[in-house]
Design a binder for this molecule. Structure first.
Ligand code: HEC
Length: 317
């Protein structure tokens, strides 16, 4: 309606000398009309558009970020992805998946090297799926691409020499070296071995998210705290290793708080404090400018974080 009114005005202002052009414009108006009504139809169903970007690894397997909205799920469904593997700490939205006859598998990963059993789980899932597979973590930047490459090399559908370009597309190597190495060292697994592998879903795993994420941050925290104990130990510290460890600690605490909400307020307070300290340390280390009091602030925050770990353990472990 609005469009036609607009066109009529245009015709009037163009005058008679431009009559053929005006006719063209009027014709365009009728062409536009059905298009605008189909937009209205879409709006009556799902109003939001999916912003999900699907990155292809093989014809069967792709990766990306977590599908959040119904539009995202519909988008994946329309592209033919019927098996959704979440390697995020948070379990996938099974209900939405089921309404679309999609199948979800939860195979959480940390940022450390992917354990052999998990490599088998991933390869078995991609190999045995009869439909296209979408693998996602939270942001689709590190865990998902690595998991997708690992799954495809292990199940024999991707050659290692073809994985270089996909891996180069992520900057995982600089950020999470151990996780990255999983994709470099993985080997194809025999069909026999995959056939007999029984994969472990989260439910069958006895460990709680706390145990999983605490054991993930144990080693980096050990290294980090011994380097930042005082100015003397800090003097011979490899800055790159320190950055990596601080990032691993921050990620583990952040994944734990996303995956696991305890009712206990004091526990939750400690977790929030630990997470904000870890974030503050990480942003201090990644900041391009080192202020004069950089070292003192870093050592102070590190001591405060250590104190928080100890306190939470004393009360809640
Ligand atoms: C919010 C509370 C809380 C904070 C903060 C916390 N932890 Fe823990 N941590 C726990 C609990 C609870 C357990 C025991 C988990 C279990 O056995 O169920 C644990 C267990 C551990 C373990 C043993 C894991 C294993 O393999 O059994 C380590 C190592 C650990 N924490 C390190 C740390 C470090 C380092 C920090 C600080 C950066 C930290 N934790 C901060 C609550 C916390």
């Amino acid at each position: 309606m609005f469009q036609q009114l607009h066109l009529t005005n245009a015709i009037v202002s163009l005058g008679y000398r431009n009559a053929p052009f005006a006719v063209l414009l009027a014709l365009l108006g009728t062409l536009f009309a059905p298009a605008s009504s189909s937009i209205a139809d879409e709006k009556s169903g799902d109003t939001t558009q999916s912003t999900l970007t699907v990155h292809k690894v093989t014809d069967k397997v792709s990766y990306g970020e977590k599908p959040d909205t119904l539009a995202d799920w519909n988008h994946l469904h329309q592209l033919g992805y019927k098996t959704i593997i979440s390697v995020d700490a948070v379990a996938p939205d099974k209900k939405t998946a089921e309404t679309l006859s999609m199948h979800v598998i939860h195979l959480p990963l940390g940022y450390a090297r992917i354990p052999t059993n998990r490599v088998l789980d991933l390869a078995k899932s991609t190999q045995s799926s009869s439909a296209k597979v979408y693998i996602h973590c939270h942001h689709g930047k590190y865990r998902a691409p690595i998991a997708a490459v690992v799954a495809c090399i292990a199940d024999g559908s991707l050659l290692r020499e073809d994985s270089g370009a996909i891996l180069a597309n992520t900057n995982c190597q600089e950020k999470y070296e151990d996780l990255f190495q999983s994709a470099v060292t993985v080997r194809p697994i025999s069909k026999e071995r995959l056939r007999f592998h029984r994969f472990q879903t989260e439910k069958q795993q006895p460990e709680s998210p706390t145990v999983i994420w605490m054991s993930e941050l144990a080693k980096p925290a050990d290294r980090f705290f011994s380097a930042t104990r005082n100015a003397q130990t800090f003097a011979n510290t490899n800055r790159e290793a320190l950055d990596q460890d601080s990032r691993l600690i921050r990620q583990a605490l952040s994944e734990l708080s996303r995956a696991h909400q305890r009712k206990d307020i004091d526990y939750q307070d400690h977790l929030n404090t630990a997470l904000s300290l870890a974030q503050a340390i990480d942003s201090l280390l990644t900041s391009p400018v080192n202020t004069e009091d950089f070292e003192r602030v870093l050592l102070d925050r590190s001591a405060a974080l250590h104190q928080c770990c100890v306190e939470c353990h004393r009360k809640h472990r």
